[in-house]
Design a protein around this ligand. Sequence first.
Ligand code: ZN
Length: 177
Amino acid sequence: MTQDQFASEKPERIDRRRFFYLAGSLGLVAALPSSVWAGTGNYEAMLLYCIDPRIVDAVHDYMDQRGLRGKYSQFVFAGAAVGVVAPAFGTWETTFWDNLGISARLHHIKTVIALDHRDCGAARIAYGEENVANPQVETTTHRKALAEFRRQVGIRQPDIAVETGLMALDGSVEMFT
Ligand SMILES: [Zn+2]
């Protein structure tokens, strides 16, 4: 592919996405030609987890163990639920909620699964060393952040169930309700 081909392809891709987004916002999805339905379907969940390289494989193994391989969308940013609810991360939440809304619309997901993890650098930045200094206070910090996450999902996407958990670096997961 030449440089020119690449350059000319890019605006078209953006325009198609933007058109679909706008059309969806205006409730015009049913009027669109069938070709733009690509990427839609019925899936189980959207997974939210952290960018930390140490937990990426473990998170996917966890989803496999639950029988969810190929049945979920995913959203990844630093801190997972901490990235959504921590005031320290300012406007990040807007991007998450918009993506959850898009996945609800395109994939008809039933559940959002948020997995925070231990020894998370983003949680340390968001809440300070003293709030992650040992496993007990770390658990309390994530328990609070995940409770706030569940509360906000309930307000913003009341038709979507929410599951929240804290993954240890060995891949084991403690769920909070
Ligand atoms: Zn992390």
